[in-house]
Design a protein around this ligand. Structure first.
Ligand code: S3P
Ligand code: PEP
Length: 418
């Protein structure tokens, strides 16, 4: 049964509280699991990706308890290997948990959703082999047996995901000789997510040197337990802010950090370039639509998660929109380049895949359609945004939004109909 999405009968106005950052929550959980004592997380995301991370860490022996508004994480004496650890479709789980299992006693095996086996894993598994693990296969599902004493050097090609680098850096301090990690490929996407990893490591006392722009050296040592408050997820905020831009409304996201390493923050520059007005408060961001939007040519190498929302903005803006630098999103929850072009065409828009992104012509007549979501939460955001201006759009599946925002449909409906 298709799920209809609301259209906007008036400009979308209001304040939208956005749940905690997926990237920060899952890094904080991993660092707390590796720390030298109990940690407390406040504002952690509650969604499928964080639930999968919590379940995976528990299987390895970590104790995680909700206490009031917080999560209390207690590391085990020693990690223990576990069978059939479920990664779902979560990149952060499939790329961050196997390195922890390298530190465990005994073999671990990892499984995931049907499409998870198409997401790139080879370079991470190569890295784990270089650190001494025995690994079967090059994708999910796979089995890994840790070595008696892990080594400390790995050279991997992270051009298909920055998460390979982040996953290995996160455990670097717990390896007997630390870790020297080198990226061997010709491009490196999502650099801000690697900076988020190194910054969060430094905050817990880990020494990380960047020897050049592709080599990291993590010194061996303790990872300090800490109490951390998680920022709102700025990539998830993007769809709500974009709703104001495309309807001539005004949406405020409270809690917007004054400085953030989340690449989703780039949405403010993008909507401003397209013609919307952006107002930054001390701890908030507001987007106001002030007339027709203009298409743009944008390189999203650093913030590729924004591609579906920017593609929808482009389809409602005047002129051509070209998104570059995102070849690797063919390995995201789905092949997002192919999915976006297929769904734009289903609506009657002119859209083409390019070698490293897509190009489309906006502001044409769009027809109602049932859009496919490919189990991808951000394809729902894409459809929801278009539905505001194209009555009659529905999606084949809404459940996939629970990957990072289980209450998206409720929040979206109440904002649009407020
Ligand atoms: O480390 C992270 O938290 C993430 C890194 C990025 O992955 P890629 O480098 O695979 O794009 C991003 O797209 C993903 O949503 C989250
Ligand atoms: C690419 C994404 O997720 P993942 O962490 O599963 O890679 C995303 O959320 O857009």
């Amino acid at each position: 049964m298709p799920h209809p999405l609301p259209s906007a009968h008036r400009p979308v106005e209001g304040e939208q509280v956005v749940p905690g950052s997926k990237s920060e929550t899952n890094r904080a959980l991993v660092l707390a699991a590796l720390a030298d004592g109990p940690s407390t997380l406040t504002g952690a995301l509650e969604s499928r990706d964080s639930a999968l991370m919590i379940a995976a860490l528990r299987r390895l022996g970590v104790t995680i308890d909700p206490v009031g508004e917080t999560l209390v994480v207690r590391p085990p004496e020693r990690f223990r290997g576990a069978r059939d650890i479920d990664c779902g479709l979560a990149g952060t789980v499939m790329r961050f948990v196997p390195p922890i299992a390298l530190l465990a006693e005994g073999t671990s095996s990892f499984v995931g959703d049907p499409h998870a086996s198409e997401r790139p894993m080879g370079p991470l598994l190569d890295g784990l082999r270089q650190l001494g693990a025995t690994v079967t296969g090059d994708a999910l599902p796979f089995t890994m047996t840790p070595p008696a004493t892990p080594h400390g050097t790995a050279n991997i090609d992270a051009s298909s995901s920055s998460q390979f680098v982040s996953g290995l850096l996160l455990i670097g301090a717990r390896l007997p000789t630390g870790l020297t990690l080198r990226h061997t490929g010709d491009r490196l996407p999502s650099r801000p997510h690697i900076d988020m990893t190194t910054s969060m490591l430094r905050e817990v006392g880990v020494s990380v040197a960047e020897l050049d722009d592709r080599t990291w050296q993590v010194s061996p040592g303790r990872i300090a337990a800490r109490d951390l408050t998680i920022e709102p997820d700025l990539t998830n905020a993007a769809v709500f802010l974009a709703a104001a831009a495309v309807t001539g409304g005004s949406v405020t996201v409270p809690g917007w950090p004054s400085r953030s390493l989340q690449p989703g923050a780039l949405i403010l520059d993008i909507v401003e370039r397209m013609g919307a007005q952006v107002t930054r408060g001390r701890r908030s961001a507001t987007v106001t639509g002030v007339g027709p939007l203009a298409g743009l040519d944008v390189d999203l190498t650093t913030a590729s998660e924004l591609t579906p929302v920017v593609a929808a903005l482009g389809a409602l803006a005047e002129g051509r929109t070209t998104i570059r630098g995102v070849a690797h999103i063919r390995g995201h929850e789905t092949d997002r380049i192919a999915a976006l072009v297929a769904e734009l065409r289903r609506l009657g828009a002119e859209a083409e895949e390019t070698a490293d992104g897509l190009t489309l012509v906006g502001a044409g007549e769009l027809r109602p359609a049932v859009l496919h979501t490919y189990a991808d939460h951000r394809m729902v955001h894409f459809a929801a945004l278009l539905a505001l201006r194209v009555p009659g759009i529905a999606v084949t599946d809404l459940e996939c939004v629970s990957k990072t925002m289980p209450h998206f449909a409720r929040d979206w409906a109440s904002l649009v109909r407020a």
